[in-house]
Design a protein around this ligand. Structure first.
Ligand code: GTP
Ligand code: MG
Length: 325
């Protein structure tokens, strides 16, 4: 997007720029979506100065103001659909996973959330004719479950499907993985993701998919007990808004995972409800509930979407990747 440096914003000297960067505000975009209180605390400046800096960042980045209806329509015209590689699944999603939206996958351990995430990281790189978005992917990996070997198998699977000799190494080069060590780090990585997306914006592989697997694991581990619920939800909500912003700015799909427990969970209440509760429910645009079925079969239910009927699709998780049952 903008090649303007933080130092060039009115009111930001080299010292302030340095403090902002240390706090993870590395780009104009990151500053533009911050709150004055947040910025004031990290950069040790007054709130009114912070508000001015945010304003000029918004103007430079051309975000944060109102959009007229026709502008929204223009932006929506760019919405891409990322194929899952499974006919039923794609149809249920109205053609595929949408860019500029957050899609949440929730389900028990082993229900296939990470497998679907891996498959999407491969598929997004394909040209549009093959169901991809011709882009690269950023993966925020909180549980150390990214497996390059699995990517290679899936690329091999696609080579057979399409009768094209895809190069697995090239697919791996377009997957940018970052480990998140705690919830704060996870949130800061969205800013780093914006930086990377800026760098790749004009290349032949702009970022078209951001994955957070798992969105909620760190939050669940760190915020234990009923007294911390409000804090957790507030942080999670802010994180989700950052992710939505990412999707809008870069016309990228955003896919997050959320584990649910089969056993009653004393801290988080109703076991059939995903953690994050209704806050996640209202922010994630598409919600998919994954369940194990016989053998390698998985049932995927579209629970909630703005413009599609609820439905179910069955897929198989095979060595070659996701395929129709
Ligand atoms: P949690 O992260 O623990 O909540 O689970 P998850 O929903 O992310 O589950 P995941 O996607 O890791 O699914 C694991 C299941 O996928 C395994 O039990 C296998 O059935 C299947 N699977 C994983 N790797 C392979 C593979 O290399 N080949 C095949 N055929 N199946 C695999
Ligand atoms: Mg997983």
């Amino acid at each position: 997007m903008s090649e303007i440096l933080l130092e060039e914003l009115p009111g930001v000297g080299p010292a302030t720029a340095e403090k902002l960067k240390e706090a993870g505000f590395n780009t104009i975009e990151a500053v533009a979506v911050a709150s004055p209180a947040e910025l004031a605390n990290t950069a040790e400046i007054g709130e009114s100065t912070a508000a001015k800096i945010i304003n000029s960042a918004r103007q430079s980045a051309d975000i944060g103001g109102f959009e007229t209806g026709d502008m929204v329509l223009e932006r929506r015209k760019l919405v891409g659909k990322l194929s899952t590689g499974c006919v039923e699944f794609d149809e249920m999603m109205g053609g595929g996973i949408e860019s500029q939206s957050i899609t949440e996958m929730y389900g028990e351990f082993g229900s296939g959330k990470t497998q679907v995430a891996h498959q999407l990281a491969v598929n997004v790189q394909l040209p549009k004719e093959q169901g991809g978005l011709g882009g690269s992917v950023i993966m925020i990996d909180t549980e150390n479950t990214f497996r390059p070997e699995r990517i290679k198998q899936m690329v091999q699977g696609l080579s057979e499907r399409d009768g094209v000799d895809y190069d697995p190494e090239e697919f791996l080069r377009n997957i940018h993985v970052a480990r998140a060590y705690n919830s704060n780090h996870q949130i800061l990585l969205v800013d780093s993701a914006m930086e990377l997306a800026n760098e790749l914006k004009e290349t032949d592989k702009p970022v078209r998919l951001l994955i957070v697997d798992s969105l909620t694991a760190h939050f669940r581990a760190e915020y234990v007990g009923r007294g911390t619920l409000a804090d957790r939800q507030q942080k999670l909500n802010k994180h989700l808004h950052g992710l939505q912003r990412f999707g809008d700015l870069y016309n990228s799909a955003v896919v997050v995972t959320n584990q649910v427990m089969s056993k009653p969970d004393a801290f988080f209440g109703d076991p059939t409800k995903p953690i994050g509760g209704h806050i996640l429910g209202h922010t994630a645009t598409f919600r998919l509930y994954l369940r194990k079925s016989k053998g390698d079969k998985r049932i995927i239910r579209l629970v909630d979407s703005p413009n599609l009927p609820d439905g179910e699709a069955i897929i198989s998780v095979t060595t070659e990747g996701l395929v129709d049952q």
